[in-house]
Design a protein around this ligand. Structure first.
Ligand code: FES
Length: 81
């Protein structure tokens, strides 16, 4: 079962967290289901990018992004390579 390590964030998760996720479950769903209330303005309709997160490790374990996600990320704030 994949584990997601959440680094401390002053507002969203001050102490950080380690969360077990189900394979195939979106990071957004995992966070929201564990009371880490990241923005998700379009309710995950892939129309806003407010739910984007930064992945520090384990990127290769994620599904590749699709063209729609890539196009939206071009407009997102605070992106890092
Ligand atoms: S909530 Fe994720 S793209 Fe809008």
């Amino acid at each position: 079962m994949p584990q997601i390590i959440i680094l401390p964030h002053v507002e969203l998760c001050p102490d950080g967290a380690a969360i077990e996720a189900n394979t195939g479950e979106s990071i957004c769903d995992v966070l929201l289901n564990n009371h880490i209330d990241i923005d998700h303005a379009c309710d995950q309709a892939c129309a806003c990018t407010t739910c984007h997160v930064i992945v520090r490790e384990g990127f290769k374990s994620l599904n590749p992004s699709n063209d729609q996600e890539d196009d939206l990320l071009d407009k997102a704030w605070g992106l890092e390579p």
